[in-house]
Design a protein around this ligand. Structure first.
Ligand code: OFO
Length: 175
């Protein structure tokens, strides 16, 4: 059984994952407004990934006999003047998510809650990937120099090739 504190932390994390999804949905919409359909697709796939992250926790809480308690999801902050700035924001955001996951992991270790520790290990690995992906994309922007330019259109084409891998039907979610 999950401790009261662990349950509260996991429920909060569902909200954080949903907020991440909301953030990337906003970035997808903004990319489409900028005429960058490849980036719009990339961010919408990221939205699905985040929904999956949240629903995985939802399922875990239920599997442990806990109650899922949903909170408000804050609106994404700020505007997104360019896709480069969206990825700067993405990297900063993912670092805060990593911190949050590590805090949960520290609690699980302190409580000797081995099941939650093992469950969270997936997220630790996932966050390494999330931060690396955002960093790699920012590195590509660095080759373009300041401002937006034709290189951005080239990158847009590459971004549009991203394939959706996360499940999107949570009615029979298996973790
Ligand atoms: Fe972006 O990894 Fe979940 O939040």
């Amino acid at each position: 059984m999950l401790s009261k504190e662990m349950l509260a932390g996991l429920n909060d994390q569902i909200g954080k994952e949903m907020h991440s999804a909301y953030l990337y949905m906003a970035m997808s919409a903004r990319s489409a407004d900028l005429g960058l359909e490849g980036f719009a697709r990339w961010f919408m796939i990221q939205y699905h990934e985040e929904m999956f992250h949240g629903m995985k926790i939802y399922k875990y809480i239920q599997d442990r006999g806990g109650e899922v308690v949903l909170k408000d999801i804050p609106a994404p902050e700020g505007d997104f003047p360019s896709v480069r700035e969206m990825f700067e924001k993405t990297l900063a955001h993912e670092k805060t998510v990593t911190r949050s996951i590590l805090d949960l992991l520290a609690r699980a270790k302190a409580e000797k809650d081995a099941a939650t520790e093992i469950f969270l290990a997936w997220y630790v690995t996932e966050q390494v990937e999330e931060e690396k992906t955002a960093s790699d994309i920012l590195r590509r922007f660095a080759y373009m120099g300041p401002g937006e330019n034709p290189g951005c259109l080239f990158l847009d084409r590459a971004m549009g090739e991203r394939k959706l891998e996360a499940p999107t039907d949570f009615s029979e979610l298996v973790i």
